[in-house]
Design a protein around this ligand. Structure first.
Ligand SMILES: [Zn+2]
Length: 154
């Protein structure tokens, strides 16, 4: 039986979007143009803004690496993982989106290590899978170097 795609957090992206259309979804204040991600649906958090309607906006698909690290240990609960399975390190990337003037954190695409990243390098947003169970594929987002495979030797 095929698994149903489900977003790890509802409303942060369309779990059914293909790679070309895949975008994170934030909100923008119509009064001051401030953009929020995670999305803010109640009130504008800009202290200098009297408040305006918050509308959903797709965020940029490309950004630059602001910082990165890797996770070589198993985080404690409520992080979900099988304590009997061997821990698989993963890479975290903080990506600066120029148009939105914000930094968005996410996991790097599978196979991408800290050796593949450098501050200022261009990355793109790609759909990813966080986990699967019997009924669902839990979808997330990943950051992938645009020039993956052309690693600089420094
Ligand atoms: Zn505002």
């Amino acid at each position: 039986m095929p698994r149903t795609p489900k977003p790890v957090v509802p409303g942060w992206f369309d779990p059914d979007a293909g790679p070309a259309e895949f975008r994170l979804l934030g909100t923008r204040c119509r009064a001051c143009d401030a953009v929020f991600f995670p999305r803010e649906d109640c009130f504008c958090r800009n202290p200098g803004c009297a408040g305006g309607e918050l509308v959903e906006v797709p965020l940029s698909r490309h950004g630059t690496v602001w910082s990165y690290t890797d996770a070589h240990y198993r985080p404690p609960a409520p992080y979900v993982s099988d304590p009997d399975a061997e821990w698989q390190p993963y890479t975290l990337v903080a990506v600066e989106l120029a148009a939105e003037r914000m930094v968005v954190l996410g996991q790097a695409a599978p196979g991408v290590t800290v050796a593949d990243l450098e501050v200022g390098a261009e990355v793109e947003l790609v759909p990813g899978v966080l986990d699967e169970d019997a009924e669902h594929t839990w979808r997330t987002w990943h950051w992938k170097p645009v020039a993956a495979g052309r690693r600089r030797d420094v």
